[in-house]
Design a protein. Structure first.
Length: 283
């Protein structure tokens, strides 16, 4: 059975327990959380995350794993501002520890943006940062495939492979395949997902995929814009997304929805999560 879930919140008194309950309400059997707001470094103490209660609840509802997403403010590719890079390294090290303490094995990370210094410099800087934080005991860092907007690194499998080649403990690296980002970066997810996976396998190895982000796209293939659409309402379409979710190359990977909230049927001014319906569509 495929593992389907979505991004869920982690807040309030119940924290991770609330996350698990939200996931179950969508009919999910996996989920993704941020350990705090993705735009800042404010975090509650690990002892306040309700981890033990959350795992007891997950096990009783047949959830065996979840994944964590690192905050957007971590930019390991920045060589222009040393303070930004140092903050990224230090906070990523803390996020690795929090991920392990919460019982997750995978921390998803946007590789970063070179902010004008060039791809090669950015890749070198990312690898330097990963070498600072990764050890044989770390959780897995899953580098996310990016859409290619601005100076983002990770818009191609070649760029991710170049990072791998420079990291000492690269056995602790994995890849998060974001279907919207792949589309926007120029990979033909809609018409040739088999070809996309063959290319990934040749450059990085299928065994290095850890998570799939299941998002439709508002953009044409190669637009380099990164705008998620709801399932079946974008340029990729439901048949192609369902094909990717059920692809035999990745039977055991968590597939995570990050699609936009939609207007409530009762109140069009209110936005509600679409995940229960979209998970059903993809199953």
């Amino acid at each position: 059975m495929i593992k389907l879930g979505s991004h869920v919140s982690m807040s309030g008194r119940e924290m991770l327990l609330a996350s698990a309950k939200e996931a179950v309400s969508y009919g999910a059997d996996t989920f993704m959380v941020y350990t705090g707001a993705p735009q800042n470094t404010k975090r509650k103490d690990i002892s306040a995350l309700m981890t033990e209660s959350a795992w007891a609840y997950m096990k009783s509802h047949h959830i065996q794993e979840f994944v964590v997403h690192a905050p957007y403010i971590i930019n390991l590719a920045n060589s222009v501002n040393p303070e930004t890079w140092q903050l990224a390294v230090e906070f990523l090290a803390l996020e690795i520890e929090r991920t392990k303490a919460m019982g997750s094995q995978v921390l998803i990370l946007h590789p970063g943006s070179h902010v004008g210094a060039g791809v090669k410099v950015g890749i070198d800087r990312i690898a330097q940062g990963l070498n600072e934080v990764l050890t044989a005991d770390s959780c897995y860092i899953a580098l996310e495939t990016m859409a290619g907007k601005g100076s983002e690194i990770g818009r191609s499998f070649e760029e991710l492979a170049a990072i791998y080649d420079k990291v000492t403990h690269n056995g602790k690296l994995r890849v998060c395949l974001d279907l919207c980002h792949l589309n926007d970066a120029g990979y033909d997810v809609k018409n040739d997902f088999d070809g996309v996976i063959d290319r990934f396998d040749k450059l990085l190895g299928k065994q290095n995929a850890a998570v799939i982000h299941v998002n439709d796209s508002k953009n044409e293939c190669g637009a380099a814009k990164d705008r998620h659409a709801n399932i079946g309402q974008g340029t990729i379409g439901l048949p192609a997304l369902r094909y990717a979710v059920h692809h035999p190359a990745f039977p055991d990977l968590p597939k995570i929805l990050e699609t936009p909230y939609i207007p409530s049927p009762e109140d069009a001014a209110k936005k509600v999560p679409p995940y229960k319906e979209e998970i059903q569509m993809l199953r």
